[in-house]
Structure formats: C-alpha cells, structure tokens
Design a protein around this ligand. Sequence first.
Ligand code: F6P
Length: 374
Amino acid sequence: MGKSIGILTAGGDSPGLNAAIRAIGKAAIRTHDMNVVGFRDGFRGLMQQRFVRLDSDTLSGILTKGGTILGTSREKPHKMDIGGKVMDMTDVMLENFASVGLDALICLGGGGTAKNALRLSEKGMPVLTLPKTIDNDVWGTEATFGFDTALGIATEAIDRLHSTAHSHHRIIVVEVMGHNTGWLALGSGLAGGADVILIPEIPYSVEAISQSILDRKTAGSTFSIVVVSEGAVSAPERQRMEELTTGIAATQGETDALEHELAALEAAQAKSTDRLAHRLEELTGLEARVTILGHVQRGGTPSPVDRLLATRLGTAAVELVDQGVSGVMVGVRGDVAVPVPLSDVAGKRKTVPDDHPWIHVARSLDVGFGDEGS
Ligand code: F6P
C-alpha cells in the first residue's frame, strides 16, 4: 500500500468540490495505490476524528454533484468553539492526523483555508490546499473552481432580468456575491450586458450612477441593469471605513466607540442594495426593483470549466504528495498546475486591479462604474 491522504473541504461550499475530491481519490487509488479518507465538516471533522474512507464506490457518481459530499464549515483550527469556549485545537488535529496514519492532508478551500492550512503546516503537518471559491479572490492562482459556475448562474439571471426591466422601463439592481472583490460582478455584468457595474475596488457615487442612467434615458433607453457586488461601497462610506480602521490601529485598545461605528457601518453596508435602489428612484424618477441572487450562485452542478479545473488541480495535488511536496497551494497558471508556497498565499487577496482588461473593456463600452471615469 502507498501513502495515506486525508481530504477536507472548508469555508463556503463551491461547485467543483466533489469533482476535486473525486480526482484526488481516483488518482491516489488508481495511480499510486494510496489510501484516502475524507474528514467531515472541514477542520471540525479533523479535530473530532470524524472521517470516512473514500474508495471507488464512494467516489463514483459525484463528478456532477453540487456542494461537497464531505460537508464543510468555516471553523478555524486555532479558534474552535468547544462547548461555548473558543479554544486552539491545532495540537489535537496534529495528534489525530498522526493517529489516523496520514502522510498528507489536502484542504479544499479559499483564502481563509490557506491561512488555516499554513498554521498546521508550520506546526509540522504536511498540508496542501486547492483553491476553490465562487469569488475568484485567491492570491497566487489565475482561477479558482466554482467561479465559472457562479458566473454562468449570475449571467443567466441578468439575461432574464433584462427582458423584464425592458418591458417595465425599470432600473433593476441585481446583487451578486463576491465577498470583498468584484470578479463575479464584473464578469457577469460584462457577460450579461449590464449598464452599470459596482465593485468593491471602485467606490461609487450614487449621483454618478444616476447620471449614467439618465444619460441612457436621454439616448432612448428607458431601462437599466445595475449589477452590484455585495461588497461594493460608496466613496464616502469607504473613506469613513478607512478613517475608522486607521483610528482603531492608532489608539490601541481605547477604541470601543470607533469599533462600534465601524461594525455599524459594515452592517449597514451589507444591506445597502435596497437603499441604493431607493436612492436611484429618487434621483432618476424611474421605478427600481432589487434582486439579490444569494446562495443560488453556489448551488447545483458545476460547469465543465470548473470540473476540468478541479480535476486538473486534484490530480496535480496527488502527484505532489507522491513527490513528498507539502506546504503549498496548487494554483493554476495557463495550462499548468503550479505549487505556490502557502506562506505566499495566506493573508493576501486577489482583487480586481484598476487596469484589468475587463475594466478597460467595460469602460470602452460605456459601462458605468459610478466613479469619475464613468
Ligand atoms: O466566499 C464565498 C461566499 O459565497 C461569498 O461570496 C459570500 O460573501 C459568503 O461566501 C457567504 O457566506 P455564507 O455561506 O457563510 O453565508
């Protein structure tokens, strides 16, 4: 028998997770005669030693399934809720890893998972990660699996909203996920022909958005589609958030009031799409409606592109385990799967740069971003 591998899925689920589990399992069993187990519900399963053996039967028929057959959670090894107390459980995980007789652990997750994996790796556990998230915001890889599927779902929704916006001469404000990055909003907005795209990387002014909509009206278009990323903020909100963050850092401990204000601002921002639509109605005189796509973007069958990426990265991870490589995320650059040190990935986020070609394309089509460049 070859080496033994553990797999876990952590963070929000993402289409393509099962395709990756299948690829890791099949390549490990068929090519390297390895033993494979899957831990339930992310790092909590590793802490509680809850795992299943993954064999040809369990791995069969899961390629096209959404979600993760293993279950997932957002729990962090060093901050686990143990009966109401937050505890560092990394040492327990190291013990469990050894007692199950594993040679490597492959964690499928996003940026947060890379951070958690790095912690375990620094304590001596041979860990690798694969980048999954619909947000596409993992540093060190050109793509993450899950993004393409969510892009398809969001684009289809925008297509459907177009016809109803057109019929009723309305503004439709459609909120997509993406956390603090605008990849999903920008990609689906471009693919779906949005008139305005709001992303966290470009703080907006409501007046500039309404001007874009009024300009369209003057040119004869009495409807508009505004795609807004869940993390998008107005320029004044962004400025205040930055002031508060700087203030909190500078006052070291004496910061309750500032922390409360920041938390309140962030909570209000999380519900800002309705407010935005209401304000656009006031400023343009057009009727507005809101659609929040939410978790529908994470559900269902993965696209062929995501299946392919997950399969490529999964098999590459097994090759690396076979070679004794660990402490890396298996990212993708063009056609090649590349190991990227976890210490380079953890704590960073891949945001949309100002000069990204998609931004350039959108601006040349006169898509508004609610900023001065619009
Ligand atoms: O990271 C994926 C993601 O779907 C983000 O786009 C979103 O902000 C978040 O997860 C939602 O998290 P939850 O599933 O915990 O509501």
